[in-house]
Design a protein around this ligand. Structure first.
Ligand SMILES: Nc1nc2c(ncn2[C@@H]2O[C@H](COP(=O)(O)OP(=O)(O)OP(=O)(O)O)[C@@H](O)[C@H]2O)c(=O)[nH]1
Ligand SMILES: [Mg+2]
Length: 405
């Protein structure tokens, strides 16, 4: 009984972690800091306390231990003295690097991918999302089984374990492969059902909110469709898709909110989330939401565009929504250039306006009417194509309309 009680207490205790990243000739110091900020945010989302960050200047990654020897020993010392449970690396480690690091650091070793997978597992709500995450986890494990086995064999003494060890490794691989096959089958079944559902909606104009994580997609979804989707200041608040029917001036369309993108999103995860991402792939219009106040918003935009290209969803109308204009204004103000602030914003605004974009604040509800107008025009254009016979009626409605419901 006592043991059980202890176990629960330990489980409730917040995990303490250190972060590790490198600064190479290809990656500037500022970039590394930003990546680490994001990694810390990810850790916080997973309910892990970040105690310290370690950065090493490296010309080249150490094939064996990722970081250099001296740095590793410094970290090992810190881990031992400060009761650290976990070290999280910003980059993906090879199975053999994990093995070497484990031997020296003697704590749990995570990389960004595994951390993201953990968050997804915590957040997944629907059966589909849960299966997708489980599938991604097994696919992550598969190439790393060797390490897990060698870890086990060490515990058992290791001597003379080679034969049975390899045999058991094969068994483990088979179990994991069977599990992957089963999960894929389950997903295919769910996908067939969703496809039927999506086909039934094929006659509707479809609009999808896309963007980097934490930019305000769900907040906008709630604003535009009067729904109540979970939104909060954490990464990956949303990992499932939500679709709502919206009717503006009697023109109906479907609006969907879905999982956000992130730098270095594990490819297995993208692959596994294909069905969730289908909402994006099959949409007619994409609303690319950007957090304009984020220091690396441009890089985030690139990541989104790259991911869209990866899932083959770029050949559609894209409206770029620069959100959190209130935060940007505040930042510019704090940097003590208040006079230039509006000018600066207007300048960017004028530049961007030409190519289907808009500056808004979803929480302060700034420029929302203009956004609705822009979305409405895009939806209407598409609606024309689907229902050409409605043109007259529709045009009339369109011209007479000034406000939206
Ligand atoms: N100040 C400010 N905060 C905003 C604005 N829009 C959204 N937020 C906040 O940003 C945070 C993230 O918003 P979400 O709507 O959850 O973002 P998301 O893109 O759905 O995020 P994920 O689902 O995690 O990918 C929340 O705390 C929002 O309240 C805005 O215009 N201004
Ligand atoms: Mg969301």
């Amino acid at each position: 009984m006592i043991e059980k009680k202890n176990y629960i207490q330990t489980a409730k205790k917040k995990e303490r972690a250190v972060l590790a990243a490198i600064h190479t000739p290809q990656q500037s110091r500022e970039q590394t800091q930003e990546y680490l900020d994001e990694l810390a945010f990810l850790a916080e989302t997973a309910n892990v306390e970040v105690v310290k960050r370690f950065v090493q200047n490296l010309q080249k990654i150490d094939a064996k231990t990722f970081l250099g020897k001296g740095k590793i020993l410094e970290i090992a010392d810190f881990i031992q003295k400060n009761e650290i449970d976990t070290i999280i690396f910003d980059d993906e480690l090879t199975p053999s690097q994990v093995k070497h690091l484990e031997a020296i650091l003697k704590c749990k070793i995570l990389d960004r991918s595994l951390l993201i997978l953990n968050i997804f597992a915590q957040r997944a709500q629907t059966a589909q999302a849960k299966i997708q995450v489980e599938l991604a986890q097994y696919q992550y494990i598969l190439p790393r089984l060797t390490r897990m086995w060698s870890h086990l064999s060490k515990q058992r003494g290791g001597v003379g374990m080679r034969g049975p060890g390899e045999k058991e490794l094969e068994t483990d691989r088979r179990i994991v492969n069977d599990k992957i096959a089963l999960l894929k089958e389950k997903l295919a079944h769910i996908e067939r059902q969703s496809q039927t559902r999506r086909k039934a909606r094929n006659t509707m104009v479809r609009v999808a909110l896309v963007g980097y994580t934490n930019v305000g997609k769900s907040t906008l979804m709630n604003l535009l469709s009067k729904s109540n989707v979970f939104a909060e200041n954490k990464l990956f608040a949303t990992v499932d898709s939500t679709v709502r029917k919206v009717v503006w001036n009697r023109v109906p369309f479907l609006l969907s909110d879905t999982v956000g993108f992130i730098r270095k999103l594990p490819t297995t995860l993208i692959e596994c989330f294909k069905s969730t991402l289908a909402e994006i792939v099959e949409a007619d219009i994409l609303l690319h939401v950007v957090d304009i106040a984020h220091p690396s918003f441009e890089e985030q935009m690139q990541v989104v565009m790259q991911t869209l290209a990866e899932i083959k969803a770029v050949d559609k109308k894209i409206i770029t929504i620069f959100n959190k204009i209130d935060v940007l204004r505040e930042k510019i103000y704090q940097e003590a250039i208040p006079d230039e602030a509006p000018l600066h914003l207007q300048e960017i605004y004028a530049q961007k306006k030409a190519d289907n974009s808009l500056f808004i604040s979803a929480t302060k509800q700034e420029n929302i009417e203009a956004l609705r107008q822009m979305i409405f025009e895009a939806v209407s254009e598409r609606y024309f194509q689907i229902y050409p016979h409605n043109t007259e009626n529709f045009l009339q409605q369109f011209l007479m309309s000034h406000s939206f419901e």
